[in-house]
Design a protein around this ligand. Structure first.
Ligand SMILES: Nc1ncnc2c1ncn2[C@@H]1O[C@H](COP(=O)(O)OP(=O)(O)OP(=O)(O)O)[C@@H](O)[C@H]1O
Length: 604
């Protein structure tokens, strides 16, 4: 245990005396048991303290938190902390995420923000900070999100046009001088609404020039006007009261409802929930987002609920949302339905999945399990899935998916699946391989997502499942998936890459086509060339490779599972197709090489 850090936190706790009791016990392990505290890998230092809505009162005692010199995340939001911004926070040199919003801090902001070189996200909104916005903010190089809204800041808006990392800023509802600078105008207008856009001098001049009206006094009004005003005010008050009662009623319903998260909450933008209430409910049952080691995210379940969310799609196992967090990070959150496994089995499976660190497997960053909700959190892939790249955006401005990228997708996905098959003593099954679960990693190679869920879900029979086109014939329900049925599904993805067609699609005459059967029939008639995507016909010198890839794909989708190749063999085979083409290219005479490069559109 980090003894010094632990002592600093205990002193902080004793002096702050939160109204909600924390399980911070001198005799227990700070890294393993203390609520809201995270340590580094070897447990030698505390790196994150998150205490939102625990009823902290009064000023932060000096020389307590500031001794946690390895702290990167500090969240004390939604408490009743008062007093000035703690000057000794300058000691927290590693600080990257600082959340002090929704407190009663007052006084000026720190003058020199540049002492926190790693600062990535700062939220000081909803306090009573006054004074000016420090110029030193413009020297931050990593800051992505800055929220100073709803304070009493005044003076000029500093020039942050050079802070290229900035993705989100909110200066709204302060007394800052206008006009709104052009760099700020590239952000949504809500970022600067309610700041005084007229310089105070000008405002004075305008006031002086305006004819001064005598101040009305209610005793000077006629009786009828006075009565009318009273009636109007009463109606407004009644309406407000009715509204407040309705909101309270709805909130109660929600908190008693059958899930911590429901579709409405996730779909509505910026959903607010009383932090105190929410946190207590989470911690009562000791439910928190479980992050995996090495994950550099710093948000909690409440942040997820407050994030703006957009439905990406409904799949076999649930609905996936894109959530944009306060610090502008986007994550994909999969909300599972019909989980059959109990908590321990679920957690065990998540640990297996989250333990896989491979460039061709989409990393599970965190998960959440409660009786009513099961969530999985991944990085968000802004380019969309392979399904989107192949079948989406078929309009005029479609960017064709070139052959090299298709090969990189195939090789990457094959390596990812082969890696998954090594896990859990060589027994782990992906169970849901399809093009919407394959993305492009930073090297533009395929990487696979959504693995290992069949083991924890209720069984799904073929007619219900949307996996139909990818499912091997022997799989009668999803729980019977095997590594060899993964090979079949991967073969269907290869066919998709080669033909550009979805696994089940309809023709112009509404005939339903099953891709595997269609390819078989075309090949049987020896019209092999007909199967390939017309988009690929623009490239020269790739026919041989395409035919070899077609043979590999066909070997995966044979009916008898034991005649299918293993994933490790497939990696070798597909790589040899790619490598051979590369070496052919390299051995060509220079002029020829220049004239016709593989996967370069021909000049037709
Ligand atoms: N990490 C992610 N980043 C971006 N988009 C994603 C991410 N994960 C999933 N999606 C997209 O969200 C949509 C819904 O995904 P989801 O996995 O819930 O369903 P699916 O892939 O259609 O079916 P299944 O549940 O059988 O996998 C799909 O279009 C998928 O490509």
């Amino acid at each position: 245990d980090p003894v010094q850090d632990k002592r600093a936190l205990l002193e902080f706790l004793t002096l702050m005396r939160p109204t909600r009791s924390l399980n911070w016990n001198e005799t227990t392990s700070v890294c393993n048991t203390w609520t809201g505290v995270t340590c580094n890998h070897d447990g030698s230092r505390i790196t994150a303290v998150r205490l939102p809505g625990v009823g902290l009162n009064g000023q932060i005692p000096p020389n307590t938190l500031s001794r946690l010199s390895s702290l990167t995340v500090l969240s004390l939001r939604s408490n009743r902390i008062s007093g000035p911004f703690p000057v000794d926070f300058v000691e927290l040199k590693e600080l990257a995420f600082l959340y002090l919003q929704d407190n009663d801090f007052s006084g000026p902001l720190p003058e020199d923000f540049s002492v926190w070189k790693n600062l990535t996200s700062v939220n000081l909104s909803n306090n009573e900070f006054n004074g000016t916005v420090p110029d030193s903010l413009s020297r931050l190089r990593r800051v992505q999100s800055l929220n100073l809204a709803n304070n009493s800041l005044s003076g000029d808006i500093p020039d942050l046009s050079g802070v290229s990392s900035l993705q989100h800023i909110d200066l709204s509802n302060n007394n800052l001088n206008g006009p709104v600078p052009s760099w700020l105008q590239r952000f949504p207008s809500s970022s600067y609404q309610g700041i005084g856009v007229v310089p105070p001098d000008l405002a004075h001049q305008q006031l002086a020039a305006a004819p001064q009206k005598p101040k009305p006094h209610f005793l000077g009004l006629t009786k009828t006007v006075f009565l009318l005003i009273i009636i109007a005010v009463s109606i407004v008050l009644l309406a407000v009261l009715a509204f407040v009662l309705a909101v309270c009623y709805l909130r109660r319903k929600l908190s008693q409802g059958d899930g911590i998260v429901n579709d409405n909450k996730l779909q509505k933008k910026g959903v607010m929930m009383s932090p105190e209430k929410f946190v207590s409910r989470m911690e009562d049952v000791n439910n928190r987002l479980s992050f995996f080691e090495g994950c550099n995210y710093s948000f909690d379940l409440e942040d997820l609920l407050r994030a703006s969310a957009e439905v990406l799609g409904k799949g076999t196992f649930g609905t996936t949302y894109k959530a944009v967090l306060e610090d502008a990070t986007s994550v994909a959150v999969k909300r599972l339905k019909d989980v059959a496994a109990g908590k321990r089995d679920f957690e065990q499976q998540m640990e297996i999945i989250g333990g896989i660190k491979h460039e061709n497997v989409v990393e599970l960053k965190a998960y959440y399990y409660s009786k009513d909700e099961k969530l999985m959190v991944y990085d968000y892939f802004s380019n969309g899935s392979v399904a989107y790249l192949l079948h989406g955006n078929r309009g005029e401005n479609r960017v064709p998916l070139d052959w090299e990228t298709r090969m990189s997708i195939a090789i990457g996905a094959a390596k990812g699946i082969a890696r998954i098959h090594q896990e859990n003593n060589g027994k782990l099954v992906h169970g849901n391989i399809k093009s919407s679960n394959i993305f492009l990693n930073s090297d533009r190679n395929g990487c696979v997502s959504d693995l290992g869920l069949t083991a924890v879900m209720s069984p799904l029979a073929p007619p219900i499942s949307r996996q139909a086109g990818y499912r091997a014939p022997e799989v009668t329900d999803t729980r019977k998936s095997s590594q060899l049925s993964d090979v079949y599904s991967f073969g269907v993805v290869l066919l998709e890459l080669l033909t550009g067609k979805s696994p089940i699609h309809t023709t112009a005459g509404d005939e339903i086509i099953h891709l595997v059967r269609w390819v078989h029939s075309v090949v049987r008639e020896e019209w092999t060339a007909e199967v390939f995507d017309v988009e690929l016909l623009r490239y020269t010198n790739i026919e041989e490779e395409m035919v070899e890839m077609l043979q590999i794909a066909m070997s995966c989708v044979v009916k008898a599972p034991d005649q299918r190749p293993k994933m490790s063999d497939l990696v070798r085979l597909i790589e040899s197709v790619g490598n051979r083409q590369a070496s052919l290219e390299a051995n060509k005479p220079k002029s020829e090489n220049e004239a016709s490069e593989t996967s370069t559109p021909s000049e037709t």
